[in-house]
Design a protein around this ligand. Structure first.
Ligand SMILES: [Zn+2]
Length: 362
């Protein structure tokens, strides 16, 4: 079967820093890309060996195994292209299942452990054994579904970009397998979610409640830690049967969408254990310090949320509290760790971030 391509991408050949504009094709189970201005430059990879990870909003990074070359493509275009070949998808899913199972066995989580100990207890090893490629794919399915309920903010676009850059800056010191992508969404409660695969959604109410850029940076650093330590994937494994998740992860086609809706519904109620929250806070403090941002903001934000938990007028704030156990204890630990620093954003940038969710002077 032959498929013609109209997909363009950027190829980094792994040897020079120059990106090549390329035309991408998928034919007979092979991904090829040819540079538009030099037909001698290109790649030809078996689809089976291509790793697909999230790159930035709306883009995928394709690599072959552990090679240095990488191909950046628009997610939509890539999906359309790969969907056109049924055989390619079937092959990819078989490959994905094999990789997942191999990964799980590699992590010491045997299916016996899942059956006898149960998914909840095996969730940690299962998450660590899930190949990043599959986590990214699963996460992007979930992101699409979540954004039906929680729509991206449509205010100041520059503010949204500054918010995303703040996430990138905080993630620089992180050894996350995923590109961190921080986005503001509209939701009637104060919270932030770390999705499998690196998407972090921060609600407009949380941004409104934050009094300084350092407070917002602390929340983002905390969510980055959840991604890096793969807590989000762990929560997904815990809240679902293994079979269902396997399906949702490798599915990508019919049926998987419905399951993802269910998952997304449960995810808005994402709860991590006290231990995971403590681990994420400790890591967030390291990430903030690496950027010379004071953890005073973390102490202030958690402190304020803790004080409001019993205030009926601020039930929205209490949402944060419900999904973040021991907020008061965590506030005092962050206060104890506080050192002076430089503000996470300039006053001007902070105003733009605040405006990211304000439409028509709301
Ligand atoms: Zn958390």
């Amino acid at each position: 079967m032959s498929l013609r391509s109209d997909v363009e991408g950027l190829l980094y050949d792994g040897q020079t820093s120059r990106p090549w504009r390329v035309e991408v094709s998928l034919e007979a189970g092979r991904v090829t890309a040819r540079a538009l201005d030099d037909p001698g430059v290109g790649i030809d990879w078996p689809l089976d060996e291509v790793r697909e990870t999230a790159h930035s909003a709306g883009r995928y990074r394709l690599t072959r195994g552990d090679g240095d070359a990488r191909l950046i493509v628009e997610s939509e275009a890539w999906r359309t292209l790969s969907r056109r070949s049924e055989t390619a998808i079937a092959r990819r899913e078989r490959g994905a299942e094999r990789t997942l199972i191999a990964g799980l066995v590699g992590a010491g989580a045997t299916f016996a452990a899942i059956v006898f100990v149960g998914v909840p207890l095996a969730a940690g090893p299962l998450a660590r054994g899930t190949p990043p490629k599959l986590e990214a794919r699963f996460g992007s399915n979930m992101e699409v579904q979540l954004k039906v309920a929680f729509q991206p903010c449509k205010g100041d676009r520059r503010g949204a970009a500054i918010l995303s850059d703040l996430g990138d800056r905080l993630a620089e010191g992180s050894d996350s397998a995923f590109d961190i992508r921080v986005q503001a969404v509209r939701a009637p409660f104060v919270n932030a979610f770390a999705l499998p695969g690196g998407a972090i959604l921060v609600t407009d109410d949380l941004i409104a409640q934050a009094r300084t850029p350092d407070e917002l940076a602390a929340v983002i650093a905390h969510e980055i830690a959840h991604v890096e330590r793969r807590h989000a994937m762990q929560a997904a494994w815990r809240s679902m049967g293994a079979g269902l998740l396997l399906d949702a992860v490798v599915g990508g086609g019919t049926g998987a969408g419905q399951q993802t809706v269910l998952l997304a519904g449960g995810f808005a109620d994402q709860r991590f254990s006290r231990d995971l929250e403590t681990e994420a806070d400790a890591r967030a403090i390291e990430l903030l310090r690496a950027r010379n941002i004071s953890t005073r903001g973390m102490a202030d934000f958690f402190g304020r949320m803790a004080n409001r938990q019993d205030d009926p007028r601020l039930r929205r704030a209490a949402e944060w509290f419900a999904t973040h156990p021991d907020t008061a204890g965590r506030a005092s630990r962050a206060a104890a760790a506080a050192l002076p620093g430089t503000p996470a954003l300039s006053q001007n940038d902070w105003r733009r971030v605040k405006a990211a969710c304000q439409v028509g002077g709301r």
